[in-house]
Write a protein that binds this ligand. Structure first.
Ligand code: PEP
Length: 256
């Protein structure tokens, strides 16, 4: 089975003390992750090391830590930025790339995101590559083309042996933080489409290996249904990942 992943995206939330408490509650819960299951905490930069040391205590190593962004250049005069090389030097092995909030507020283009994907892979960091359409594209019925362009322009320069190592998160912008969730039919349909776009370029074997997570108001009470779709391999979770009891239920909803 492909990896099934519950990824928390804390965004710019929680104090250090609140973050420690949340992690303690989640990691102290009665959850045994199977070999094919991962839980990833995407945390603010100042919390990376603390989170890494907390998850390192978990016996089966299926808890991981991600940054929420990195710069596209190797190093240099970019005040306030954080490089992939820095993350690698902290033994951080995952990074969200192209979240819709960064695309919107930081004008991150598909071309720039291709550079970020490259620099992550050069530093042994798995990109969690986000794609997803705005409401107007969904209403116009062009969501499939919209996400296909995002994949082509940011990922399809990669050779097969690289793209097969990444994680994709499909996050319809109209569902992020809005309480509106894609129906299971909508999620399955577009996840299957994403896989078919990858398969058309790289072949079905590569497409079948890549986890495609759903993001957009995943909650404790809808995770099981969404994750049961054959092409949905878990979720990227914002708001509900800030509440221990909810995120624990979401982890438990991963395919067994
Ligand atoms: C997200 O930030 O990636 C997200 C999906 O947020 P929420 O779960 O709050 O919609």
């Amino acid at each position: 089975m492909r990896k099934q992943i519950a990824a928390a995206n804390w965004k710019m939330n929680l104090t250090y003390q609140q973050a420690e408490k949340l992690l303690d509650e989640i990691l102290g819960a009665d959850i045994v992750l199977k070999n094919h299951q991962l839980t990833i905490f995407s945390v603010p930069y100042p919390y990376l090391l603390m989170t890494r040391s907390e998850v390192e205590e978990e016996f089966n190593g299926n808890y991981k830590v991600a940054a929420q962004n990195c710069h596209h250049k190797k190093n240099g005069a970019y005040t306030g930025e954080v490089s992939a090389e820095m993350l690698h030097s902290l033994n951080i092995n995952y990074c969200i790339i192209g979240h819709s909030e960064r695309r919107e507020y930081n004008a991150e283009s598909n071309a720039l995101l291709a550079e970020k994907v490259n620099i992550c892979l050069d530093h042994f960091i798995t990109p969690i590559f986000c794609c997803g359409e705005p409401l107007q594209a969904r209403e116009a019925g062009v969501q499939n083309d919209y996400v296909a362009v995002q994949l082509r322009e940011s990922l399809f320069h990669l050779p097969a042996d690289k793209i097969r190592t990444i994680i994709i998160a499909y996050e319809p912008i109209w569902a992020i933080g809005t309480g509106k969730t894609a129906t299971t039919e909508q999620a399955q349909e577009i996840h299957r489409h994403l896989r078919s776009v990858i398969a058309a370029h790289y072949g079905a074997a590569v497409a079948d290996e890549i986890p495609v997570l759903y993001g957009g108001s995943v909650k404790a009470n809808n995770a099981k249904e969404l994750f049961s779709c054959p092409d949905v391999d878990g979720g990227l979770v914002g708001g509900a990942a800030l509440v221990a009891a909810d995120f624990i239920e979401i982890i438990k909803a991963l395919k067994q």
